[in-house]
Structures are given as C-alpha cells and as structure tokens.
Design a protein around this ligand. Sequence first.
Ligand SMILES: [Zn+2]
Length: 488
Amino acid sequence: MKRIACCVAAGTLALFCTAGLAACGKGGSGRDLYTIRAAYRAEDKTLTAEMEAEIKNPLPMSTDELKFQLWPNAFREGAKYAPVSKIFENAAYYNGKSYGGIDVSAVEGAESFSVGGEDENILTVKLKETLDAGESVELSFRFEVKLAEINHRLGVSECGVNLSGFYPVLCAVESGQFAEHVYSSNGDPFVSEIADFDVTLTLPESYTLVSGFAAEEVKENAPSGGVKAYHVCEEGVREVAFVFGEGFECVQDTAGEKEVFYYYPAADKDPARTLKLAAESLAFFGDTFGEDIYPRYTVVMTGFAYGGMEFPALSMISSDLREEELPAVVAHETAHQWWYAMVGSDQYNSAWQDEGLAELSSALFLDAYPDYGSSYRDLVTASEQAYRAFFSVHSQVHKEADTTMIRPLTAYSGDYEYRSIAYDKGLILFDRIREVMGERKFLGALKDYFKEYCGKIASAEDLVACFERRSGGIEDLFASFLEGRCII
Ligand SMILES: [Zn+2]
C-alpha cells in the first residue's frame, strides 16, 4: 500500500501539514481522542487518511488487543451483509452497482493487526503490551477508503459525497467484551461511546464542506494544487460525519442562541421552509427535553436512498423527499440529536429505543406546529394502522408474527418488519405510556432520561427505570410491548 510522508508534495500529500492549528481534545476530558487527517481525490473517489488515536481500554479487564468496526467494507463487492436491501437498490445505486471498501495499510504502535470478523467488518489490533482496564494506548492508523457511487451514508451520492463511518471505529463494549456488529440494511448498526475528534480534510477547492461543528479553512501551510484544507474540532461526540461537493447553497437562522444551517442543492426551491423546520424543531426539543449541548446544528440535503440520517449536530435528508414528507423527516432527524447523538442507546439490539423516541418527539413537535399539516393523533393512528396491517400480513404468511422489540437488526426479515416494529410499534409504545402516566410525568421521565444519560449509552433497562421512578408499575407495560405480548 501507498505510504504517505509529510509535505513531500503539494496536494494529496499536504494533508499532514497542520502546524499552527489549535488542537482539540487536549483539555483533559478523559475521552478518547482521534486526530484524523484525510484527503479526498474526486478522480478515483478515494480518501487517503491517517488517524492518530489515544484510546483507553474500555473493557472491565486487561486486554492485549483492541477491536474496531470497519464500516466501509460493507460496501465492498461480495459483502455478506449488504448496506441496502433489494427494494432500495435502484434508489441507492443510481449509476448501477458500484463498490467501495477500506484498506488499512499500517497500524503503528501495535504489535500487529488483521482484518476479519464475520464479514471483514472487524480490525483487530494486537498491542505491544497488555493494557489494564482504563489504561491508554496511542496508535496511528493509515488507511484508504474507496467510495462506492451510492446514495447512502458513505459514498459518492447524486448530490455530494456522504462521508460517515469512514474510519476504524472502536467497537462498543457489551457484556464485558467488544461487540462485533455486522452491517445491516435494516436500521443503523452503529454503537459508539463519545470521544473527541480533530479532523483535517483536504478537498478539491471547488467543493463546499458541510460539517456538524464549524469548519475553518486552513490558511497556514495551506495545501496548493487545486485543493483546500479544512479543520474541524468536534468534542464529546459519538462520531464525525461530513458531506461535501459542488453546488451546495446555504441558508442560516437561529434557534435561541444557536445557529442553524441548511445546505441544499440548487434544485431545492424552498430552502426557507426546511431551515424553519430545523430551527423550530431544535428549539422545541430543547424546551421539551433539555437544552442540547452542541454549539450549532446543520441539516444537509443530499443523495440518500432513505428519508434521512442523523449524526451529532448534523442531519442528512434525502433529495428525493416529497414536500409533504419533509416536516416529519426533519423533525425525526432533529429529535435524534437527543435520542442517539446525546443520549446513546444500543441501536443494534434495541432499535425501538431511539427510533420510537424520535417518532414520538416528531409527533409532539408536529402537534405543536399544526401548520405542517399533521396532528399527534393522526400520526399515532397512522402507525397503528400500519402496524396492524403488518401484523395481519405476517401472521398469515409466517403463521405467527414476531412482535418482540429487543432483537439484533439482522433478526428482522426486512425493511417492512423493521419499520413496523422499531418505528410504528415504538411510537405506539410511547403513546400508551404517555396515556397511562399523563403528560406531566411522561415528559418528566424523558427529561430525567436526557439529563442522566446525555453523553452516555443507556440500556433499555435504564430507560424503563426513568419512567418507573415517575410512575410505579409502568415497567409492566414496557415489558408487554418489548416481549411481544400486548395486543394492539
Ligand atoms: Zn430514525
């Protein structure tokens, strides 16, 4: 593999010259720190990167290896767990089938490394010395990511480059071990603890960079040769994601003290409406659940086969959305700032937790803003109808419909079942809890949940306990939904 030295030539190699930039994550936060320097070449749709990582052993015991998720490998030819299901293939692969992947060429500071797991999804790094629980190690990774032409979270989309999950991501810890998750075309298979990120991205100079936190153009030792470099410091986030490309325009507003941005391709004829939705929903959720902790919020319209996708301080929404779909999608993705970005959960095994809450939050927002055309009751009724239709079809086809809500993403038969359980049944569950507890206690429990688990990963039990504390016995109602015993 190509190995890159510092400052040998302008352009692609200049990505490591970041002298003079204010480093972030050095304030003794106690969080892991990832310093990523990456350059994107449009000619071959490839990102060349170096990542220095200061990682604490998150396991409850000593270890001589660390494990990382390699999400880009889900996009490679022959992946066992494809990133999109058959029904979304046409919308995703707009130019016919296209493939990507990640090639890790070096891990310095380690004894050795290997790529394996069930679907080439895991990078195992063998350490030089055993690391005690809580002890840190410094590693330096070099890798290249080839992007597929795909309207997805990672890929060259029809509007711009969507860049997420592009670096080795430390595996989450489950039952005292590193959890090795495969990709799933259902839901979001990503679980990660918050960390600090110091990212320098070198892009073609004609590109606009869209990021969750503010990006600054690198002026000192700036690269030349038709490229520009940007520096972004994101502290206390679960991941970093970007969108970049040509032709993006931007409008800006505020929600309270917070700046809100909306980036869009020129084809969007009503950017003011989406910006207003983003600002109003951000302010509404802040008032309802607790103030968000990020310095700003950005929504970007890009090529994306599904409605939208959430990242810390950033939401992608699909350029294919119909006008009437926008309010629910923007509100849903913005709600994920609370239920995913700030309060993390196990999205792999307990998808209802953040999806159900995002649906519920969106319904509360749209009810408070009737001009967008949906009431809370309309939305719950629509989910009830959709869920009952799913139940009836699955009961007939499979003799019995599996309605349990805690199961891995790979245990869903497809998009339809996943949507019906995580979104529809998730919303119905929270609606029933709200009905039994009453509005005041219900919102009180959600505020407790936000306050207690902001910056952490909450288990399903942690969530239920917040409601149980406000309303004794409510855990039985949760259990009847989660275990698939209740009749809807
Ligand atoms: Zn969602």
